[in-house]
Design a protein around this ligand. Structure first.
Ligand SMILES: C[S@@+](CC[C@H](N)C(=O)[O-])C[C@H]1O[C@@H](n2cnc3c(N)ncnc32)[C@H](O)[C@@H]1O
Length: 223
């Protein structure tokens, strides 16, 4: 499981370069994945939404732009990432550990977490905490990388462990942070295993939607 101190230090060190590196390394696919997430959120029509591990605010800002009627807040435990989110226009943010949120029970109609849960030390604890702050019947959306299955798995694994860290090293000056990315994707549950985890954490109606041959996935569930 990821070490929170290491994760915090890694994101603090790459914060200034994170947005560019993200778009380059995913060849812009992350933008389309967020648009897909927003279509699902629009169907739920929540009045408020908390974007957990919001980082530099990509998903929260995209939701704000596409769905201006939704009151969007962002939270992250890494101040340098949040400072960039604020500069980019996400002003309603607070610093907190996602596994221990300073919020009352049942206060949000939707919770999102993009490329964040995989970095947390205890997936179950985090998912239970997200459910605690969701209103009954509220919606969770998790967007994250997943390991593709079949023939694509072999070249993708090579890219993840050997090519991506080198490109990321040039872009951010910290290839170590991206060595960790590959390992965290290998360990993160995918598909049915992730749906089972959601059910174990008390959610209902879990769904899994593979994106780009399973390189990423969107999971949804109700609290
Ligand atoms: C890969 S970035 C994703 C940022 C953003 N959601 C996006 O889609 O670009 C992961 C974020 O998770 C945050 N994070 C990791 N563990 C966390 C925790 N336990 N509590 C709060 N934030 C956490 C990191 O600080 C980082 O900003």
């Amino acid at each position: 499981m990821p070490d929170p101190k290491y994760v915090h230090a890694a994101f603090s060190s790459i914060a200034a370069k994170y947005v560019t590196a993200n778009h380059v390394l995913s060849l812009g696919a992350d933008i389309a994945w967020r648009e897909r997430a927003i279509k699902l959120i629009a169907e739920w029509a929540p009045r408020n939404l908390l974007d957990i591990a919001t980082g530099t605010g990509d998903l929260a800002l995209a939701v704000k732009k596409a769905l201006p009627e939704v009151a969007v807040q962002g939270t992250d435990f890494c101040r340098p990432m949040l400072d960039i989110a604020i500069k980019r226009g996400l002003t309603d943010v607070f610093e907190a550990d996602a596994m221990n949120l300073p919020l009352p029970d049942a206060c949000f109609e939707a919770v999102t977490v993009a490329f964040g849960l995989r970095n947390m030390a205890d997936y179950s604890k985090a998912l239970c905490e997200f459910r605690r702050i969701l209103k009954p019947g509220g919606h969770l959306l998790v967007l994250d990388f997943s390991m593709p299955e079949g023939l694509l798995a072999v070249p993708y694994r090579f890219y993840l462990h050997h090519i991506l860290p080198r490109i990321a090293g040039v872009l951010t000056g910290n290839s170590g942070a991206y060595d960790y990315l590959g390992d965290s994707i290998e360990q993160f549950p995918r598909g049915e295993a992730f749906k089972d985890l959601l059910t174990q954490c008390g959610y209902t109606m879990p769904t899994a939607l593979p994106l780009l041959c399973g390189i990423a996935s969107i999971y949804t569930a109700e609290a």
